[in-house]
Ligand binder design. Structure first.
Ligand code: UDP
Ligand code: MG
Length: 322
């Protein structure tokens, strides 16, 4: 496909308090992109950082117009920051990448090579999770296992947002208006011709991760509820099974009472049944609440993000945010 677009590769970087990583990030990005002999832009999204990330980005932008900056009005979270970056990018291929150098910029060469072979999405799968605790690895495994079972579109495991997206995939993603943005799910959902390359994920260069277990848990719930109705539907079947068992047990009790008369003891079984059903009902309500809350978020239809200012964009080329 021939693009009239002068920019071939857009690298999109969401940044939240990443000041110590910026210089080294650009150094490595430039090294790779320059030797690839292509036209490129680096779209940096400042996601409401509290340190000097924005100032540092603007300094880099003034020295190099290929570095463009979108400054969001507050911290919206990585998924939304990434969406903003993708909206503002104009390249024929878009590569989202983390600012902490956990996604090695050198891999972009490999991603682009695959893209040139004709793939629309080239995702980078982690071979190792260096420096991650056993708990993190186990929970990640459990998450990918359950979402793999529940979601109808296969979501590649051990794959972050680091990947290459062809412009047609980007345009498809831009048409997805949902507020709960589980990006790796969205990337998989749109389909197109996909392939992967494997890499070893290093540790964060500087700074600390912004994801604690509570955030990861919520992220996992977002992922599952956005891509599966199984948690909502399964209760119908469970309810049916419980009713069936109850019916059989009730029949047994009636017959036994008719034959042997009334039998007083039964406190334990009564309590177990009441507590069990009470627990299941609350659990179901909770799960319905998860979906209901998300429906409410969608119905409100608020814009995904607000931009305070941006640097380096030709205003006419900036699309209005849906
Ligand atoms: N990030 C962001 N907004 C947030 C949290 C994180 O833009 O609210 C960015 C962060 O600056 C980094 C990327 O998302 O570029 C990945 O974050 P992090 O390294 O903390 O996540 P991890 O690698 O531990 O999954
Ligand atoms: Mg990281």
């Amino acid at each position: 496909m021939v693009y009239s677009n002068p920019i071939e590769i857009s690298v999109v970087v969401p940044l939240y308090n990443e000041e110590p990583n910026i210089d080294y990030l650009f150094e490595r990005l430039h090294k790779v992109l320059d030797r690839m002999n292509t036209s490129y832009e680096i779209v940096c999204v400042n996601d409401g950082s509290k340190d000097n990330t924005l100032k540092c980005l603007i300094e880099h932008h003034l020295l190099d117009p290929a570095i463009k900056v979108v400054n969001l009005s507050r911290n919206f979270g990585k998924e939304v920051a990434l969406t903003a970056g993708i909206d503002y990018s104009t390249g024929a291929a878009v590569v989202p990448i983390d600012a902490d150098l956990q996604d090695p910029p050198e891999l972009i060469e490999e991603l682009v090579a695959k893209w040139r072979e004709g793939y629309d999405v080239v995702y980078a799968t982690r071979r190792s999770r260096e420096g991650e605790s056993l708990l993190k690895r186990l929970t990640a495994k459990a998450f990918y296992w359950s979402i793999g079972r529940m979601s109808r579109v296969p979501i590649p495991s051990n794959t972050g947002d680091f990947r290459l997206l062809d412009r047609r995939v980007v345009e498809a993603i831009k048409q997805m208006p949902e507020r709960t943005r589980f990006m790796k799910g969205l990337f998989a959902w749109v389909g197109f011709k996909q392939t992967s390359v494997i890499f070893d994920r290093p540790q964060r260069y500087k700074g600390t991760t912004k994801w604690n277990y509570w955030r990861l848990w919520n992220f996992a719930i977002d992922g599952i509820t956005s891509f599966s109705l199984v948690p909502l539907k399964v209760w119908g079947y469970i309810g049916f099974c419980i009713s069936l068992i109850s019916f059989i047990y009730a029949s047994f009790l009636i017959i036994r009472t008719l034959i042997f008369g009334i039998d007083w003891p039964g406190y334990a079984s009564l309590m177990v049944a009441v507590l069990f059903l009470g627990g299941i009902q609350l659990l179901t309500l909770g799960i319905m609440g998860e979906y209901l809350g998300r429906i409410y978020e969608e119905v409100k239809g608020r814009p995904l993000y607000f931009v305070r200012e941006c640097y380096g964009f030709d205003q006419s080329s900036v699309l209005p945010v849906v």
